[in-house]
Design a protein around this ligand. Structure first.
Ligand SMILES: [Zn+2]
Length: 134
């Protein structure tokens, strides 16, 4: 995604929670994904299967269709359960206080876990659900 597109998405308040119960306030950009978006992405992933008749001609032949099918299935499976996408996350670690941009972006798990770059503790991200889906 372009940086300018990213800037257009409003930041929402998020909470970073450390297992001991401490929490800190952070800012996050989250996209809510619609069922339509998930199905469209899944179909794109499955379109990779169309490469099989081509890659079969590349020596040593037999592994490539399996690799392509596995990649297509893996991507489709992940897109199918991508209800929310985390685009950015910025805030202080509740454990050590280091302010940072977290790098564990993309499909949001429930709960979504990130790791502090400074103290290496696992933190959980809580973002309130937005009203509209894109
Ligand atoms: Zn930390």
């Amino acid at each position: 995604m372009e940086q300018s597109e990213l800037q257009a998405i409003p930041e929402v308040p998020a909470r970073l929670v450390f297992m001991g119960g401490q929490a800190s306030e952070a800012r996050a950009r989250v996209l809510e994904r619609s069922g339509h978006w998930r199905r469209a992405q899944m179909l794109k992933d499955l379109a990779l299967l169309l490469l099989i008749p081509i890659v079969i001609w590349i020596p040593p032949h037999f592994p490539w269709p399996i690799v392509v099918a596995a990649v297509a299935a893996f991507r489709a499976f992940n897109h199918m359960r991508e209800y929310r996408t985390l685009l950015s996350l910025h805030g202080p670690c509740p454990k050590c206080g280091t302010v940072q941009d977290f790098t564990e972006l993309g499909r949001m798990g429930n709960p979504h876990k990130v790791t502090c770059a400074s103290c290496r503790w696992d933190l959980y991200v809580e973002v309130a659900r937005a009203s509209e889906a894109t």
